[in-house]
Design a protein around this ligand. Structure first.
Ligand code: SF4
Length: 253
């Protein structure tokens, strides 16, 4: 492998890390699939049968250069359609699988997300990972994004005109990902998506529709960190997510 090839591989990994976050480096299947894209990479030969790997690649591994979602990110990542474009550190597009059946939507990036460009990192992100694990999901099984792609100063609530400017990007993400279930994380996200002033308690525990997709509302992990009593309720909500998703799959088969 010459320097040019190594740089090519590094760029490829950087682009995927940008899209999928650090989950890329803990997913053996994905690493094997990437290695399959570069057969002359040094290391152990791939002893797995080729068919399953090819299947994974077909389902998940669209190359960034050919990916409509990735191309869309590149198109909008320098957006300054609202004032938040001037105060953000990093644009936070979202991360996960572009073929995800379940899409989680929060309200806006916080300080850590603004710093890293990755949604739901830090303590709230870890709690989200635990809740996902309880229903046998990982970050790279889902796609996670926010209504706003840039951080509002001091984590204030998104302003109506910021939402109006930014939400078309979320709508395009939904069109490209085509999830079967959407999960709104937190009151602000749910109220903005449903154009409602109802409390989270009133919105959770039932099925809504958002842009033709079944939607479930649950607590934002940061709210659960502030009030541990909400964990039991959130756990029920995540079971509801799992059951709803299973039902949808059953209906489709
Ligand atoms: S919040 Fe959305 S609309 Fe405003 S600058 Fe960022 S990407 Fe553009």
């Amino acid at each position: 492998m010459n320097d040019k090839d190594i740089e090519k591989v590094l760029n490829f990994l950087r682009e995927y890390q940008d899209l999928y976050g650090n989950n890329l480096f803990v997913d053996r299947e994905r690493i094997e699939s990437i290695a399959g894209e570069f057969p002359d990479l040094p290391g152990e030969p791939n002893t797995k049968p080729s068919k399953p790997v090819a299947k994974v690649r077909e389902k998940k591994m669209t190359k960034p250069a050919d990916s409509p979602l990735w191309n869309f990110k590149r198109k909008i990542e320098n957006c300054k359609n609202c004032a938040l474009g001037n105060t953000r550190t990093k644009f936070v597009f979202g991360s996960g699988s572009e073929h995800a059946d379940i899409m989680f939507i929060g309200e806006a990036p916080g300080a850590e997300e603004d710093r890293t460009g990755i949604p739901f990192v830090g303590r709230a992100g870890k709690l989200l990972d635990r809740l996902l694990a309880q229903i046998q999901l990982k970050r790279d099984d889902i796609f996670i994004a926010n209504i706003l792609k840039c951080r509002p100063p001091n984590n204030r609530d998104p302003l109506p005109d910021e939402v109006a400017q930014c939400i078309p990007y979320l709508h395009r993400q939904i069109e490209l990902i085509q999830p079967k279930v959407i999960v709104a994380l937190g009151r602000i996200a749910a109220q903005n998506l449903l154009r409602s002033t109802a409390s989270l308690k009133q919105m959770r525990g039932r099925l809504w529709q958002y842009r033709g997709v079944d939607m479930i509302v649950t607590y934002h992990p940061a709210a659960i960190l502030r009030n541990a009593g909400l964990l039991t309720v959130a756990t029920e909500d995540f079971k509801f997510i799992r059951e709803t998703y299973r039902e949808i799959l059953k209906r489709q088969n």
